[in-house]
Ligand binder design. Structure first.
Ligand SMILES: [Zn+2]
Length: 384
């Protein structure tokens, strides 16, 4: 009899961690990257810019009166309504007041946000958008042209300053317009562009408050990245702390330029033993289990059958998707499994048995321990 009880409890305790791990371990980009439509739910950003998803996303029209969305095959012209409104309004104002012919809009978010099959680490909760620094052509571009048009870097040779033949005050005015909106949390630009903006502000006089929101980061020399704050009172949307209040033109910018300048090479007298190569641990892809619980519900909502033909081919560690989804393998199967996993995960999150077993062991399955707030390093600032 005693042995039986003992076995029961032993089994129960062995079972609890496995329940806690029951949420799927598949890279979440393989799940969110295949979904073609938004989750028809109340609009909500769930989680953080680099770890979350989006419910109730809306699509930026591919062509508008003052914008054209680019790289349509990626299906990333989605966002929270507040982001889509912001982009449309910015484009219209830039056209009417800043002399822009219109804007080319790059990546926003996938229909349900989440991690992407390629590219960004952020753009996951429908509050990030990339705007090209190349003006929109006057004609409506074809699908193919939107895929192939090259983005033009604003940098001069050497990459330490903007090229005056490409950079212009009209671009500075556009970024200033975007950064002046109270909806915006941060705008990311290349350090050389930030420097050009500081010089622009020196010439223009007026308020420099907008400059505090413009933050230097690698890349971002052919587009700028707008990040909106979480809408007020949106539960589960984790916003980023406000950037430091200064204009960021002095010391912080020097830090970036020191990083960018190539270091002088010292003359080597003795032959130096080659250092052992340090194996860098590859960053593990985000899994559905590591995203907020509500993202399982977002992923599982609606009709899973609508799955488009993938245009990606093999991306990183993702199994080659079949060209014809009717064959029943590849993305179709992957999506079917993903859906099942997501449904199971959504159930596990509120399963009374698992909650009970969790309580027995003194743990709550759905709540994660709070981490102390991270220091604002440049990397934490960008969180890409
Ligand atoms: Zn971006």
């Amino acid at each position: 009899m005693f042995l039986r009880y003992y076995t029961f409890f032993l089994l129960a305790f062995l079972f609890v961690p496995s329940l806690a791990d029951a949420r799927p371990q598949r890279p979440a980009k393989q799940l969110f990257g295949y979904v073609l439509e938004a989750a028809k739910m109340k609009p909500r950003s769930i989680g953080f810019y680099t770890k979350g998803c989006m419910a109730g996303g809306v699509q930026l029209p591919k062509t508008g009166p003052a914008w054209q969305a680019m790289r349509l095959s990626r299906n990333r012209n989605w966002g929270l309504p507040v982001l889509v409104d912001f982009v449309e309004k910015l484009a219209l104002e830039a056209k009417e007041q800043d002399g822009w012919p219109g804007l080319l809009v790059g990546d926003m978010a996938q229909p349900r946000g989440g991690p992407m099959l390629s590219g960004h680490r952020s753009h996951q909760i429908g509050l990030d958008a990339d705007i090209w620094l190349t003006p929109m052509p006057t004609n409506v571009q074809s699908y193919k042209r939107r895929e192939t048009r090259a983005a033009i870097s604003m940098l001069a040779k050497g990459g330490l300053s903007v090229d005056p033949k490409k950079w212009s005050d009209a671009r500075a005015r556009l970024i200033r317009r975007a950064a002046s909106s109270s909806l915006v949390g941060r705008i990311f630009v290349h350090p050389a562009i930030k420097k050009a903006l500081c010089e622009f502000a020196d010439r223009e006089k007026g308020s420099r408050r907008w400059l505090s929101r413009v933050r230097p980061w690698w890349g971002h020399h052919y587009h700028f990245h707008v990040r909106l704050n979480c809408p007020r009172g949106m539960r589960g949307c984790k916003t980023q702390p406000a950037p430091p209040s200064g204009d960021g033109c002095g010391k912080p910018l020097k830090y970036w330029f020191a990083k960018m300048r190539p270091k002088k090479i010292k003359k080597i007298k003795k032959p130096v033993k080659p250092r052992k190569k340090i194996k860098r641990r590859k960053r593990q892809p985000l899994t559905l289990a590591s995203l907020p619980v509500a993202c399982s519900t977002v992923l599982a909502s609606g009709d899973p059958k609508r799955l488009g033909r993938l245009r990606y081919g093999v991306v990183g560690d993702i199994a080659a998707p079949v060209r014809n989804p009717k064959r029943g393998t590849g993305p179709n199967l992957a999506y079917k499994q993903a859906k099942e996993e997501a449904v199971a995960a959504a159930k596990t999150a509120s399963n009374p048995i698992s909650t009970l077993l969790g309580k027995l062991k003194g743990i709550t399955l759905t709540k994660q321990p709070k981490k102390p707030a991270a220091k604002l390093t440049p990397a934490a600032d960008y969180a890409k």
